[in-house]
Write a protein that binds this ligand. Structure first.
Ligand code: URP
Ligand code: ZN
Ligand code: ZN
Length: 458
């Protein structure tokens, strides 16, 4: 059915205009004032509301076998939560481990999403080893439409690659025009520090951060940048958490290294005191890189406001309380991860307003920039003729509170519990179809499609 969103303030990067948006056959076909539309068109009055391009979460985990368990969401639960919160596309980390076959892993991850996601999706393909068949398998995966890789410098012997494997991955990515995203922590230092702390009887969740201090992340970030510099590949640091790592990334950018930076919601809004809470309350907040000393929140917000940071994702990775308790004897065994997919847009909008970040930046770091970096623009990430009609009508007068009691993510806690939100989507569409309204899923399950992406980083 055709759709008209009437008289909202359309916000895209570089433009704010009061107008109507008309969509037909899944795409935006007309933008203008007082549009006359065919009979039967679904009409939504957006007077007094903002109209944003569908938001993109560039970093989520949905199917994830990790740390002796599995992340809790399915594509059905995660996509419904995403849509209610205004995210219409997510990019999932496809994470076979070192013992898995990469191509079989890719097919498995795709099968988990296919027919189950209510929003559109893509993958970053993790390269967790580099062996004889890796190059041909990666070429096949890129030809299938997955044009970004992921490497982990952390998680020794599981997801982690060594420097030789990182070099081979980046050299291939350079030839293929593929961008490589990277988790930047020094695996060896983490393993040694964990061993030392546990030997000293320091086993509670409060020791997770000291086991992977800022210098460990700064080293990983700087090393990744040096490898980019020497291979000419394009790279993207995921979930950068602190000043020291930011310094390493900015120094590389200044040298002309092709490096982009992502921060994630927990590192903007939470700090290490949450993980220092006793027992399971602290375990809920264990993720990697860890939540940091509070001053880093401001560092990241400033970097975001200034455009030094490119995107804000979530690193959505839900483990419930029972799973977190796998680490009750030692922080080393606490499944790493915090959910966030449902709350990212509302909390970023709310906090961004308080921090006087303008709407242009907000749309850029929560949608447009990810679309540009990951080969989705202008299909996604903007409102323009020919773009997919992924639209978020945003009610700035809404007031509410984040809570586990109302969330759709499949988990029994919410790390942002009690935070207030000043605005939320009143309507969310995916390719012209209304999928969520006022905090409720009203759409078609399984409507989401796999987004094929061409390499763009030559
Ligand atoms: O703690 C985290 N971040 N868990 C998910 C895996 C990863 O490192 O992104
Ligand atoms: Zn990571
Ligand atoms: Zn992650």
């Amino acid at each position: 059915m055709a759709l008209l969103i009437r008289n909202g303030e359309i916000v895209t990067v570089g433009s704010r205009v009061q107008a109507d948006v008309y969509a037909e056959n899944e795409t935006v076909t007309t933008i203008g004032k007082n549009l006359v539309v065919p009979p039967g068109t679904e009409i939504v009055d957006a007077t007094g509301q903002l109209v944003f391009p569908g938001f993109i979460d560039p970093h989520v985990h949905i199917y994830l076998p990790f740390m002796a368990t599995y992340a809790k969401d399915t594509h059905e639960t995660a996509s419904i939560a995403a849509l209610i919160g205004g995210t219409t596309t997510y990019i999932e980390m496809c994470c076979p481990n070192r013992n898995d076959d990469a191509l079989a892993g890719y097919q498995l991850w795709k099968s988990k999403a296919s027919g189950n996601s209510a929003c559109d999706y893509a993958f970053h393909m993790s390269v967790t080893k580099f062996v004889r068949e890796t190059e041909s398998q990666l070429r096949e995966i890129v030809a299938d439409g997955t044009s970004s890789f992921k490497i982990f410098l952390a998680y020794k012997n599981f997801f982690g690659v060594d420097d030789g494997e990182m070099y081979q991955t980046l050299a291939l990515a350079r030839r293929l025009g593929v961008i490589v995203t990277a988790h930047c922590e020094n695996a060896e230092l983490v393993a040694r520090l964990q061993e030392q702390l546990v030997a000293e009887g320091k086993t509670g969740p409060e020791w997770h951060e000291p086991s992977r201090p800022e210098s460990v992340e700064a080293e990983g970030t700087g090393r990744f940048a040096a490898f980019l510099e020497n291979t000419g590949a394009a790279g993207y640091v995921v979930h950068l958490s602190c000043q020291k790592a930011l310094n390493a990334a900015l120094a590389a950018k200044q040298r002309g290294v092709r490096l982009s930076v992502e921060v994630v919601l927990p590192h903007l809004l939470l700090d290490k005191s949450f993980a220092e809470r006793p027992g399971v309350e602290g375990m809920k907040y264990v993720m990697s890189p860890p939540l940091r000393a509070k001053h880093n929140n401001e560092t990241l917000w400033s970097a975001l406001a200034l455009g030094f940071v490119d995107t804000v994702g979530t690193d959505h990775c839900p483990f419930d309380i029972d799973q977190k308790l796998l680490g009750k004897e030692s922080f080393v065994s606490i499944p790493n991860g915090i959910p966030g997919i449902e709350d990212r847009v509302n909390l970023l909008y709310t906090m961004g307003k308080q921090k006087r970040i303008d709407l242009d930046r907000f749309v850029d770091f929560a949608s447009t920039r990810a679309a540009k970096l990951f080969g989705l623009f202008p299909r996604k990430g903007t409102i323009a003729i020919g773009s997919d009609a992924d639209l978020v009508v945003f009610d700035t007068s809404y007031r509410g509170t984040v809570s586990v009691k109302t969330q759709h993510v499949n988990n029994d806690y919410n790390g942002f519990e009690g935070m207030t939100i000043e605005g939320r989507p009143s309507l969310v569409t995916v390719r012209g179809k209304v999928q969520a309204r006022d905090g409720k899923f009203v759409g078609e399950r399984g409507r989401g499609c796999f987004l094929k992406r061409e390499p763009t980083h030559f």
